[in-house]
Ligand binder design. Sequence first.
Ligand code: AMP
Length: 449
Amino acid sequence: MKFADLGLSDELLGAVTAKGYDTPTPIQAQAIPSVLMMKDLIAIAQTGTGKTASFVLPMIDILAHGRRRAMMPRSLILEPTRELAAQVAENFEQYGVNHDLKMALLIGGVQMGDQVKALNEGVDVLIATPGRLMDLFERGKILLTGCDLLVIDEADRMLDMGFIPDIETICSKLPANRQTLLFSATMPPPIKKLADKFLSNPKYIEVARPASTNTNIAQHKVPVDSRKKREVLRHLLRTDDVSTAMIFANRKTTVRELNKSLRSHGFASGEIHGDMDQPARLAELQRFKDGQINILVCSDVAARGLDIKGVSHVFNFDTPWHPDDYVHRIGRTGRAGATGRAFTLVGKEDAEAIENVEKLTGGKVPVFEVKLEAAADRPRRESSEAAEKREQEPRRKSEAKPERAPRKTRAEQTDEQPRRAGRPVSREPASEPGEWNGPVPGFLGISAL
Ligand code: AMP
């Protein structure tokens, strides 16, 4: 099967060839003809299967005919994250080079002015995250009554992020006789319900999970003492022929701290997580794509579905709580026929999560033993340890603060006095110059998660 057999226009085939593709992936081969026939679609497919082109390509041909109107987008693509929205927009630009289509991106973290201006000029394709779209809709800046084609991408992730009520509202504002395409990696009951309610007589396609079929990824789990995770990670980064790596962690705070630690050990690393604003995230991603940095430390939400070519390694600094995320994470390597390596550091706290991963992927992940040889690593370790100590100092201080916060009442102090006899008058840590030594406000004790 070739792209030329799918019923796409010559202009579009030209753009596909220019991207270097001539054979459609299974989801493209199955989805494109039925989307062109204006049928509704449910596709169970993950990122990495070529699913984006499976809706972008036929949409371009469908939208090639018709007229734009101010404030009334002709089609709408809903994405759970800003990065995915930006990536779909990039696909539209590349595949739509031979078409005169206007696109607008409506995502949080970006000034609204330009987005509203583009909408006012009329767009063929609106790519949006649900929150920002609802925001604009409620302000009366957008009409969805001319929107005949809706794509709900990564529906299960939308569910995880609490977007389903917004999506239901959006669906009810669109014309009832529209075409709807729904993509999801899994089909949990709320998504099934959404599909039953808002799709009509859909074609159902399911393609294999990339990770369960992708033999290009060598997977390993590395049993570690939780306190040695950073050291083991650095060892692997230095010894496993790493050209580019994505390192995943479950918490934003871990992402930040780990990046800081790696940088202090001389690695060219960057970070991407949900607390960063959109321009900062995209800039960091660009530095990674351009090769200015070769290690990107990420959280799951920020990294979901990102298509970055040539990632040689994926490291799971901790095992993801949702086993599906494991599949997504390791799918960042071994893409498009290349080989890749994926290491998961498994401490005591990861035991249950790795079991769930193995249940989902249907097999044990082979163990990879790392023996840290003190002697071989000594010259580096000495400076590493110094750096580690330095970087951990501020944290220790902030951890110490809440301990001082609940100051003893006078009565408590009196009660305790007999037991304190003979000890120094105050057991509180001495404050350092310039440091606040009064009561500490409660919010300082709350994690940034
Ligand atoms: P996606 O699942 O949409 O995130 O796509 C995964 C990757 O596959 C992207 O880098 C696409 O550019 C690439 N891709 C899409 N279609 C094809 C194709 N027919 N042949 C080879 N690679 C493709």
